[in-house]
Design a protein around this ligand. Structure first.
Ligand SMILES: C[S@@+](CC[C@H](N)C(=O)[O-])C[C@H]1O[C@@H](n2cnc3c(N)ncnc32)[C@H](O)[C@@H]1O
Length: 263
């Protein structure tokens, strides 16, 4: 990540006076200013926390929504345990592995796996992204249909490389990694979220260290999601690959998952 990217200017904004106090708390937790001219804003309103680029031509806001929209649709009609991501992490009849998603992002992949019954620990190091995710999880916990799913998702904020190297307690059976890939294709920028997050997240150039730490910690397998044509992460070679239309899962097996392996 370049310094220019890390310094993208952002402020917190309460969309109604009733959110001023909560906004001040986020400002102090995240070290954000509450006024002045900025390129981006983290806004707090009736729909929770959202990140938005300010200005006329900017795309709309991004927030985490596990209750409605794409996440709800995929939960209801998304193909269940037949989905490629489910196969990649080893979900089968009687097998619901305990998974660490060490690159949680907005939590979409983790939510899919939690919907299938996997116990998930999530790690996100970008504080703004982690804040959006924390807020989305809290709102989802208030919804009767989704609460049991997000109860299986525990969020940690920090660098997964350090957290995995110093892991306390029972090791995850499967570690799932989906680091940002350095895109040279400008068309990727058209994607709203990509455009919003790239100034803050940058490219995850330390993915080789992430893979190495994951391989040292996972008891059963490590799974890496990649763009279909991208090279594997530098370092150990995957044992096998599952290829989809736009993405691919590189699988680094360590031990066979057995029925009853869920916790
Ligand atoms: C492509 S996004 C993941 C998207 C996610 N799979 C989803 O479904 O929403 C990659 C995320 O991993 C995070 N990340 C990358 N390396 C990390 C590390 N070492 N520790 C914690 N988070 C990391 C980045 O900040 C970014 O938010």
């Amino acid at each position: 990540m370049t310094d220019e990217r890390r310094n993208a200017s952002i402020r917190i904004q309460a969309l109604h006076p009733q959110y001023a106090e909560a906004a001040a708390q986020w400002a102090s937790r995240l070290g954000l200013r509450q006024d002045g001219e900025t390129e981006f804003a983290l806004q707090l309103g009736d729909d929770g926390l959202q990140l938005v680029e300010l200005g006329d031509k900017a795309p709309g806001p991004v927030r985490v929504d596990f209750v409605e929209g794409a996440a709800a649709h995929r939960r209801q009609f998304g193909g269940g345990s037949g989905q490629m991501i489910a196969k990649a992490v080893g979900v089968q009849s009687g097998i619901r592995p305990r998974i660490l998603d060490a690159t949680a992002g907005l939590g979409r992949d983790a939510f899919v796996l939690a919907s299938l019954g996997c116990e998930m620990t999530l790690i996100e190091r970008q504080p703004l992204v982690a804040a959006l995710l924390e807020d989305g999880l809290q709102r989802a916990a208030l919804n009767l249909d989704v609460a049991p799913i997000v109860a299986r998702m525990r969020l940690l904020t920090g660098n997964a490389i350090e957290l995995m190297r110093n892991w306390q307690g029972e090791a995850p059976q499967v570690i799932y990694l989906d680091p940002m890939f350095p895109h040279r294709d400008k068309s990727a920028l058209v994607k709203k979220e990509m455009r919003l997050f790239r100034p803050f997240v940058g490219d995850d150039l330390d993915a080789p260290a992430l893979l190495e730490a994951a391989l040292a910690l996972a008891t059963h397998r490590v799974v890496v999601k990649r763009p279909r044509k991208a090279p594997a992460i530098e370092g150990s070679k995957p044992g096998y690959v599952l290829e989809g239309k736009s993405s691919r899962y590189d699988i680094y097996p360590k031990k066979k998952l057995e029925p009853g392996a869920q916790v």
